[in-house]
Design a protein around this ligand. Sequence first.
Ligand SMILES: [Zn+2]
Ligand SMILES: [Zn+2]
Length: 358
Amino acid sequence: MQEMSWKEKLITKESEAMKNCHCSSCGGDSFDSNFCCQFCGNENTTLKEDIHDISSIIKDFQGKELEEPLIVITLEKLKDFHSLVSPLSQQEIDKAYLSWAKGILSVDKFSSSEEEEVRYLFQDADLYQDQVAITIQDKIIMDTVLRKGHYSREVITEALYHFFYQIVKPWVKRSDVSSSKLDNDIAGLTFSNEVKISHDDIQNLILHGSSNVINTIGHEARHVFQNYKMMHNIVENKYDLFMLYDTLVDFYTKGAYWDNYYKQFAEIDARIFGYAVEEKFLNMYGYTLSSISKEKNNADMMLLAQEDTMRVIDGKEVLLENQLLSILNENLDLISILNYIMNLLKIKRKFVLKQKMN
Ligand SMILES: [Zn+2]
Ligand SMILES: [Zn+2]
């Protein structure tokens, strides 16, 4: 087997360290200089090894480490441990990092080493992001929208994934994004916390500067958030409750999902959020949504305000609430869900319960 280069070793070890940054016994993320958990005292031996390996790679550079962007990025990403891997001050590291970023932001085409560095910066974006990385991500995406960038497909795709995690990160701990060939007209898919972005959507950005993929990323990230809330029984407003109704009806009624796709509260909410993300992104650079997108967005706002719970079930118009109650009555094994819903109804929608009792 061929020996790994120092770069490969560094990139691999850093990624391992990022993933091992939690205590295996209590989940704590703070360690003392002996790698013992500040909360339970458990020694994190895997992290200790990773950090030890990283520091021995860095030591070989004997004071010239700040001339190597990959090392500067490593020191920045492992900020919490930097005193254990290097004698440099945070100030010195920050200065080198900012000066590297300045160079990256001044070009619209990367050399092979710059490409490697940026991709390394975007690596494990679900675990680490900072404002510099976000600024580079935004520039790569916007240059591509304006068709003035000459970046590789890989770098653009990773900037998009980085952008996805930037949105989803404040909401959920775990989520995965990837791209794949999806059916025509499907720009993205979300199952629980796994997101797939259509190849064609990314291709349309790269070839034609279409900003639709930004919208798609916002849309699918919103579904991840909705799913998270549903899994954790978080109901913050009446729309969350409607989403729960739709989800239960979709699950127990064949065809209900696609027959009512456009009107589903989760879809309206995701579409509105997708447009908001796209608009905010374009506005940063002084651009606005296309008039067609604005019209679609306004139509969704109206639809949401109407709180329309009429659904098509087996070709007939039925109230969502009634369909839900009939499902609950026919599925006594749903008793725990029933109890849960009843509990919500008591708080939020008492009238539905009364209607059932009549
Ligand atoms: Zn612990
Ligand atoms: Zn959707």
